[in-house]
Design a protein around this ligand. Sequence first.
Ligand code: GLN
Length: 309
Amino acid sequence: MQNTEQIIIEKVKGAYEAGKKGAAAGTVASYIPELAKSDGSDFGICVMQRSGSIIGFGDTDRYFSIQSISKVIILAVALRMLGDAEVFSGVQMEPSGDSFNSILKLDTASSKPYNPLINAGAIQVTGDLAGNVTFDEMLSFAREFCLDDSVHINEAVYHSEASTGDRNRAIAYLLKSKGVLKGDPMETVDLYFRMCSLNVTAKSLAGLASVLSNNGVDIRTGRRLLDDYHTRVINTLMFTCGMYDGSGEFAVKAGLPAKSGVGGGICAPARYGMGIGTYGPALDAHGNSVGGIMALEYLSNALHMHMLQ
Ligand code: GLN
């Protein structure tokens, strides 16, 4: 008879195979020119269990650009430093149903961005921090939350992003004009670009997911990084908004909190204190990793991890 560990390893392998096969169907992001250099056939999955044991298949140690998954880290830092009342005075907790970089509803429906996991909301939250926290401090937080001291900035991605980021600058100035953004727009967007340009691996994302699936605790040391309520806020927003305008379908199919980035990563805190990180740079039309979605859907069903079933 197989023990639980062997069963989990086998299921993660199945998820890897599903993700690797599915990856081919997507397209690598090119609107940030540096990201277009990724290989769409790459795929990796890493699972960190509550025991600390790590299971990985495929490209689990390959560095890639964290992109929007940094929004989770930005939110975690802001909640920890400023508290939820302050953070949510400038941003809502609602799914937007629009694409991740949409500017539309900011001007027509509400001055407050819909949630902290779309560009407008993350820029708003970054504005609460810019001027008070340096990038080096944010990098330390990123390493802490990812349980990985090797997280570093990719300068080429940062420059590529900064030189093509006019839409994000437009969002920051619009928020400023409405009196919502607290920081300086240029300083805010610069910090946001740097955070999006962090290089991580699927293993770093499994570490971040592990903290979130263990109520904010670093399972290696027992140290609390986030309080229970802030962890709940982040996980719930990831469940409802983390996959942008693909969040509803992903919630039905995989039923896990998750945050994607156009660099190809997905960070998914799951049941049983399991943290899952995937990497597959080929994306669907919403900007979510095709292989990552397939692998997470597979693993969630194989291990009965849907949150609402
Ligand atoms: N840096 C990217 C942007 O602002 C992040 C988007 C993403 O990963 N979806 O456009």
